[in-house]
Design a protein around this ligand. Structure first.
Ligand SMILES: Nc1nc2c([nH]c(=O)n2[C@H]2C[C@H](O)[C@@H](COP(=O)(O)OP(=O)(O)OP(=O)(O)O)O2)c(=O)[nH]1
Length: 140
């Protein structure tokens, strides 16, 4: 495994509190082909020498052209660092956040959807994501 592939991933569970029911932003990946169509939490890989939260703010600006206000860290239970196991043997830091402007579809995604828990349940998430999404709703 090379150094780049060991870089952790950061992601935001962006919650819209203006609706009567709280909704989570589910983002449909547009690439690579094997992941296209699957839903994820927006985010990406931390760059070398970059702080995780700085990486998250950069990724959200790049992918959604919006800013977020971090609400809290969502730790994975049973993980010393609180990181969630994801694809490719990587680990992912997840923060619950609120949008400061409207997220826009960019190159990384083909669709953005605000979803309730039942709506989230019906989406094809990336393989390891469902426990994370469930934890988001359980901790709202
Ligand atoms: N962003 C994100 N990535 C996830 C999630 N779940 C999951 O398994 N992954 C995996 C998919 C990818 O293999 C990896 C993140 O890669 P990425 O393609 O989003 O990273 P990046 O924006 O830095 O992209 P790139 O420049 O390397 O293409 O983590 C998730 O909820 N959000």
């Amino acid at each position: 495994m090379d150094q780049e592939s060991l870089q952790p991933v950061v992601a935001a569970a962006i919650i819209n509190t203006t609706h009567h029911q709280r909704k989570l932003l589910a983002a449909q990946r547009s690439y690579p082909p094997e992941l296209a169509g699957k839903y994820e939490l927006p985010g990406g890989k931390v760059e070398a020498a970059e702080a995780p939260l700085a990486a998250l703010e950069r990724e959200i600006r790049e992918e959604l052209n919006c800013a977020i206000k971090i609400h809290r860290f969502l730790p994975c239970p049973n993980s010393p660092e609180g990181t969630w196991p994801i694809l490719g043997g990587r680990r992912m830091y997840v923060w619950v956040a609120h949008p400061l402007s409207t997220p826009q579809v960019g190159n990384s995604h083909s669709k953005l959807q605000w979803v309730t828990l039942p709506q989230a349940r019906a989406l094809p998430w990336l393989g390891p994501n469902w426990p994370i999404v469930e934890a988001v709703f359980n901790n709202l």
